[in-house]
Design a protein. Structure first.
Lengths: 312, 323
């Protein structure tokens, strides 16, 4: 119980006749990075806003750090940091002044605030532009300033809505690094995104949203097993040997399919790389490549929505 | 929905202080404020200068010399200073208020600020109070300049009662500005586009200044019977016309100011011979009587401000924060 920072049961949001969020259940544990995935309009942002008490719920219960966002939004908002999609700051103020305003809203004493703000800005590499106006900032810098706000707030939970959208690859990489650092300092991170490979690289668990419901939830590997079927896929490239023949009868190997000139796709129910390599070499083949095909979230996502469409 | 009936915890005023201070600092340091101040000075300096010119010739013969600076209609300029203010205060309030809320949407700062521990109440009220304070600062500065110029050019100090009436005038002016600030804020809550919101506020302002007096008159005319048979009937029509005029905040302001700055004013409506009995024409009323006279007008202004503010508050509470 105390390990869960967010617990959601049957959360529902109705706009007119449409269910934007339809009876979802969700738990987020202390110190994990949880990804909310799904197409636009699937209910990710609405869910986030309800967690923060910024939108009224139509049904279900939400518990954030032991508080109810509907009745105790101030307590929730004091402990949860939020980085909205395309976060905005007051352009005519400097980075530091923007954070000072937040610190005042949080009722942090002035001297402590100054110190926390400098630490936070340093942690997101914005210390040298602390006194520059935000109007001169790039999008990536604004996002980082948003992270700095969460760091300064010493939030126990950070909720990031599309934190990497519209960022160049380098800025994305930096931002994800900061998100990992947040996790390391013990903050539970909830992030929504549609940049799947990026999400895959940082998330411990993900939930796949579809039309207001959580379609799938778990680690990336679990999802892959669920959607793509179980197994460890391998890509084997070798010359001077028929890999399919060499591997026949190997314990654990379920299927070997040719995948082009001198390449095979191997499906196994466990990690059989060492055994595969040994067999190919002893059979006299030259092993040129042995790759563990990590199940990609993108594949899971695409396959899932293809199937969902077929089912519909 | 049963859940919305659940009581929320924590004071709605949490965080109002920082919001107020930030908005006030923004207002006072903005270029917009500079422009508005220049505007007032340009529009106000001329009537004040010409009234002073004229008043210098009558020093000593008038007991309320300082108040005349505001109300006298100078020969060169056909508008007295208060009338210029009647026109300019709304413009200033609209200038301060037309983008109070929608600019937060457009800068995408609203959801971030609201994710800090404060209710929307505090944000709205803090912004409104900061706007009122800004107006008050501007009005006090203006008032001091006028009194200062009077001191220099007329060469005699204002009497206590003049200062008291002047302060009353300040309060009325700020309340009047508050009404228009609330209206501008109302539109800034309704419309996401700042241009639309400014246009609506200005449109309403022009409507009340140009069209409404005519419309009120037309409506009153429609009620005039073929023949007016009694005094009561005539009075009724007069009252109706006046009541319609008083829908415009500008009418309330000018009536209240008339009562305060023209101490001779005995009534703001039609006057019956019975009310004249025993009155010495042209004799000033004491301050408390003048205040009593304008009390409904002042209450009306403040009530209007509260009503419009409440309307924007209700709409803002229901608004979705997502951009």
């Amino acid at each position: 119980m105390s390990d869960n920072v967010i617990e959601v049961h049957g959360l529902t949001k109705v706009y007119g006749a449409a269910h934007a969020v339809n009876a979802i259940d969700l738990t987020i544990r202390r110190g994990e990075i949880f990804g909310l995935l799904g197409p636009n309009g699937a209910g990710k942002t609405t869910t986030i806003l309800m967690l923060l008490g910024l939108t009224e719920t139509s049904g279900g219960t939400v518990d954030v750090l032991g508080f109810d966002p509907v009745r105790q939004p101030l307590e929730v908002k004091r402990r949860v940091g939020y980085l909205p999609d395309a976060v905005g700051f007051y352009d005519h103020l400097t980075a530091r002044e923007n954070l000072i305003y937040t610190a005042r809203l949080l009722d942090i004493p002035r001297r402590e605030a100054d110190q926390r703000i400098m630490e936070a800005l340093r942690s997101v590499d914005l210390a040298d532009v602390a006194d520059k106006r935000v109007s001169t900032f790039s999008r990536g810098m604004r996002q980082r300033l948003g992270i700095a706000e969460i760091v300064m707030k010493r939030a126990e939970v950070a909720i990031l809505d599309e934190p990497t959208s519209g960022l160049d690859p380098h800025a994305t990489f930096e931002l994800l690094e900061m998100i990992r650092r947040l996790k390391k300092s013990g903050v539970a991170v909830l992030l929504s995104s549609h940049l799947l490979d990026r999400v895959q690289s940082v998330c411990d668990r993900v939930a796949l949203f579809n039309k207001g419901r959580i379609a799938l939830m778990g680690t990336v590997v679990e999802l892959a097993n669920q959607v793509l079927g179980a197994g460890h896929p391998l890509l084997v490239e070798a010359t001077g040997i028929d890999v399919a023949e060499a591997l026949s009868g190997t314990p654990g190997v379920q299927q070997v399919v040719p995948a082009g000139e001198g390449a095979w796709r191997v499906t196994a129910d466990r990690d059989v790389r060492a055994e595969v390599a040994r067999r190919i070499v002893t059979a006299g083949g030259a092993l040129t490549r042995l790759a563990d095909l990590q199940p990609s979230l993108e594949e899971v996502y695409t396959r899932y929505f293809q199937e969902a469409r077929h089912a519909a | 929905m049963p859940r919305s009936a659940a009581r929320r915890e924590g004071s709605p005023f949490t965080g109002i202080g920082p919001v107020y201070l930030k908005e006030l600092a923004d207002n006072l340091s903005s270029i917009r404020m500079l422009v508005l101040t220049l505007f007032i000075i340009v529009f106000g300096a001329f009537p004040v200068a010409s009234s002073l010119q004229q008043l210098r010739t009558v020093v000593g013969s008038d007991a309320f010399l300082f108040l005349r600076i505001f109300t006298i209609e100078p020969e060169q300029v056909p508008i007295p200073f208060v009338q210029a203010l009647n026109f300019i205060i709304p413009l200033m309030a609209i200038g301060l208020g037309f983008d109070l809320v929608n600019s937060e949407f457009n800068r995408r700062t609203l959801s971030r600020v609201l994710s800090q521990p404060l209710y929307r109440d505090a944000l709205l009220l803090g912004k409104f109070l900061a706007g009122i304070t800004t107006l008050a600062v501007a009005m006090v500065a203006l008032w001091l300049i006028v009194f200062g110029a009077g001191l220099l050019l007329l060469g005699l100090p204002p009497r206590g009662v003049e200062v008291a009436r002047g302060i009353g005038f300040l309060v009325v002016a700020v309340a009047y500005g508050g009404v228009w600030l609330a209206i501008a804020m109302f539109f800034s809550v309704i419309f996401r586009s700042t241009a639309t919101s400014a246009l609506c506020s200005l449109g309403l302002w022009l409507f009340f200044f140009i069209l409404w007096p005519m419309i009120a008159q037309a409506i009153t005319m429609a009620f005039v019977p073929a023949e007016i048979t009694s005094l009561d009937q005539f009075m009724g029509l007069q009252q109706l016309g006046l009541a319609l005029q008083r829908v415009s905040p500008g009418t309330l302001f000018s009536e209240a100011v008339l009562g305060l700055l023209n101490p001779e004013t005995r009534t703001l409506g039609p006057m019956l011979p019975s009310q004249m009995r025993g009155a010495i024409m042209g004799a000033p009323l004491p301050l408390d009587q003048s205040l009593l006279l304008i009390w409904p007008q002042v209450t009306g202004l403040i009530a209007g401000m509260i009503v419009v503010f409440t309307a924007s508050y209700v709409i803002f509470q229901r608004e979705e924060v997502r951009a």
